[in-house]
Design a protein around this ligand. Sequence first.
Ligand SMILES: NC(=O)C1=CN([C@@H]2O[C@H](COP(=O)(O)OP(=O)(O)OC[C@H]3O[C@@H](n4cnc5c(N)ncnc54)[C@H](O)[C@@H]3O)[C@@H](O)[C@H]2O)[C@@H](O)CC1
Ligand SMILES: [K+]
Length: 539
Amino acid sequence: MAEILLNAARMRALEQAVMVSGLVSGRELMERAGRGAVAAIETEWPGPGTMPRRAGVLCGPGNNGGDGFVVARLLREKGWEVEVFLYGDPEKLPPDARTNYELWSKIGEVHNLPEEHTEDPLLYVGRPDLWIDAVFGIGQTRALPDAVVDVLHRIGGGSSDRAAPVVAIDLPSGLSSDSGKPLQAFRPAADLTVTFHGRKPGHLLADGPACCGNVRVVDIGLGSGGNLPSGWKSGQAAASGETTRAEGRMPLVRLISAEDVRALSSKELGHKYDHGHALVLAGPMGRTGAARLSARAALRIGAGLVTVAAPGSAMMECAAQLTAIMLRRCDDGAALRDLLDDSRLNVVCLGPGLGTDKRAAGLVEAALASGRTCVLDADALTVIAGHESLFAALHGSCVLTPHAGEFARLFPDIAERLNAPEEATYSKVEAAGDAASRAGCTVLFKGPDTVVADASGCVALNAAVRERAAPWLATAGTGDVLTGLVGGLLARGLSPFDAACSATWLHVEAARAFGPGLVSEDLPEMLPHIFASLNTSGC
Ligand SMILES: NC(=O)C1=CN([C@@H]2O[C@H](COP(=O)(O)OP(=O)(O)OC[C@H]3O[C@@H](n4cnc5c(N)ncnc54)[C@H](O)[C@@H]3O)[C@@H](O)[C@H]2O)[C@@H](O)CC1
Ligand SMILES: [K+]
């Protein structure tokens, strides 16, 4: 199954559908959520034996608070000393949360956390072993009230050196479920986040991974809704009746995984021309390294043939460095048009080390006018950002691979919205989707949370965070390698969306397989190892 990240609206819809079907009540779902949270706590921190443990449970005014009352009751049943605090009016709790408030009230006290005179929960709990943050979950769309920020500060839920661990129920309070951005200046932090049915985009995007700590998913019996069959690919969201960007709502986000690339590890028998021919455009003498890195990556990922096209001044430099990769001279846009008369050249990669001068603009123009499948990166993106006519010439067979700075040059208003504090629920997923629909092509928006979006509304996320973190990718030239990986997969015939998804996953896996000390040249050389391990481990 492909993992779909459930945005808040979709999670609500799933819960509603299950409750309306009569298969399970909201109260039972809440009980399962609380039970799952307690089990996750016991797994994360196996107890010291017979010693009673002590927890402070902070509950909010909605169903997230309801989960908190369940957790409090179940911990008490297990012998924990538990103090419970409520932010909100018990009379206004929704029905299931109210029921659990009443169940808890039979066995323990509920301390009020009034807005005006925030009490210090530490006074009640002394030295707790654990804090439970059940103030807000997927219902939060606006900044935390100051009183709640105050309390979370006191328990250390915003700093890394807190005295007792914090367990967030569903999400740390103050974090947007859809964007992974804090909803206010206070940046919440938890050691463990227990979420239900499936991960939400906010667990993996932006600040989410740093705020959430370990994320454990609890099955509360909502069935397989939200997951899509393996092999689910671009375009199928609309066909399956799922929400897409094209419908103007938050898209379904698929997590990119090994499943996306397993089929790539075998090259079907055939002639080298059956696997495409990528043309990589180089910049002037002294700047060809970037294009050579792209070319090497394109060849390693399985393009049948790769040619570097360099200006006359750089021919000797390239010739001295290339072996399996071919070399052609290409001084300007006219020369590129001539080269592209050869229809076997099915992909053009341009941008790394290209420069931003007249030659570069001519090459970008010729590449786009040819209608060829193109990967545009680095300098090519800067050139496009500076020429409206080139932006307008982008077409459905293009892949743009901007990092945040390049994205802001190409789509300044979208980037501004993404970075505006008052737009905390606007996510990188939506930003990439808006950019793709404006450009009319696939956009691979780089980062530890790389988002791939196409103009039809399909979106996927490659999360290189926590256990999949690859900090070694922050070194010169790794972006040039990614350009070549996308180009090589396009040459092999993958669609722009699929090529971008697979390339970004392999890029991270290559970095992880090499580890510390990585330089960009190492990345393509790790691919045989990755393909071999995909075949043998079935990971
Ligand atoms: N029956 C269900 O629907 C289930 C819900 N579950 C829990 O319920 C949560 C969602 O519950 P709710 O929809 O009640 O939402 P929350 O409990 O997240 O928020 C409650 C309400 O608080 C208000 N609010 C949000 N942000 C606020 C802010 N900054 N300041 C003041 N008020 C704010 C909103 O009106 C929101 O509806 C999930 O995250 C999950 O923990 C689970 O128990 C599973 C079953
Ligand atoms: K919470």
